[in-house]
Design a protein around this ligand. Sequence first.
Ligand code: NDP
Length: 400
Amino acid sequence: MGKVLIIGAGGVGTVVAHKVAQNSGIFTDIMLASRTKSKCDAIAAEVKKRYGVDMQTALVDADSVPALVELFRSFRPELVINVALPYQDLTIMDACLECGVNYLDTANYEPRDEAHFEYSWQWAYQDRFKQAGLTAILGCGFDPGVTSVFTAYAAKHRFDEMQYLDIVDCNAGDHGKAFATNFNPEINIREVTQKGKYWENGQWIWTEPHEIHQPLTYPGIGPKESYVIYHEELESLVKNFPTLRRARFWMTFGQEYLTHLRVIQNIGMARIDEVDYNGVKIVPIQFLKAVLPNPGDLGEHYTGWTSIGCRIRGLKDGKEHTYYIYNNCSHEAAYKETGMQGVSYTTGVPATVGAMMFMTGQWRKPGVFNVEQFDPDPFLAELAKQGLPWHEILDGDIEV
Ligand code: NDP
């Protein structure tokens, strides 16, 4: 049905490569491009072995618009799935505009020199994508991504007025390492060490990092201490669902993880500015990434589950109701299918499903959109078929 270019050959890129190849009736021509071509070649060889599907590979520096334009002009993709890093979002969007290519990503733009992310930079492309007749789908991983689609589904089918939204993200897996991050360490540590923020009564409330916490009970897992942190989908959800009086994001952290994180910060290893080391400029957090376990290698010994969903309170037919919609994903099953752990899997599968929605014309309109602005029904039906089944609990105790 269409040509797709995947950019980024990390944990998420590997899962996307597998899922796209599993759906080669829709993705008829596939290319995987990244900074290190040997990684693309290894993934392509594995995909060929497992599914008999051919995938072209290429080297590209996605920080360079001219390099991207050259690649787009030679391969002529219909859609780019950007699973490189948030730093590359704008250069890839620029190249898409220059070459008439549609765009999908899983994380919003973040400047390298500032641990700060927001949608404004990408929303600013709205008019240009619209005028070019191109679609840009933002934040199509799990969170953001599936959590945003879950919210849209709740608004469409379960509530007349959604009032309270709590997105709950539990990783109850065990990778056997003293400390490791489940996706790119630099992006992950920047995200979880920043101040907390949530939406209440029309304004953002700031908190100290990890200040608000309580145990929450996750289905099939049990109670886990959960912490309010700021997460990017809150920004678009409160805009697209203005009846929300409060919107928060909770993530589970173990005590060991938090202790390591505190030490990393206290000794300056989370710094994102350059320091001089023996005449060489290094950025401590980038050096830390080089010595930490590679998230892509955690899968083999990873046991346990992730459980991510939305807990919502609101009104239906004049009565108050609660609603919980979630997915549980097994790290072991994810590894068996794709060679990657559950966090990469739960990001790569929705990215592929979003790309399928685009290719089949179900999520295709000119402009820049967050995923909750599309019809949630075909996406969620396909998500369940592609390895991430979801469940609903109506009028249960949602604890928040
Ligand atoms: P990795 O670090 O494992 O992979 C990133 C890949 O991008 C690597 O292959 C890297 O190349 C490549 N890359 C980096 N810079 C460039 C560049 N300038 N040009 C070309 N390629 C480049 O990260 P993950 O796979 O864990 O994460 C991928 C994305 O998914 C991130 O943006 C992350 O924020 C997002 N994410 C989203 C989630 C969600 O639920 N929405 C959850 C988890 C992640 P090299 O191999 O050479 O380093």
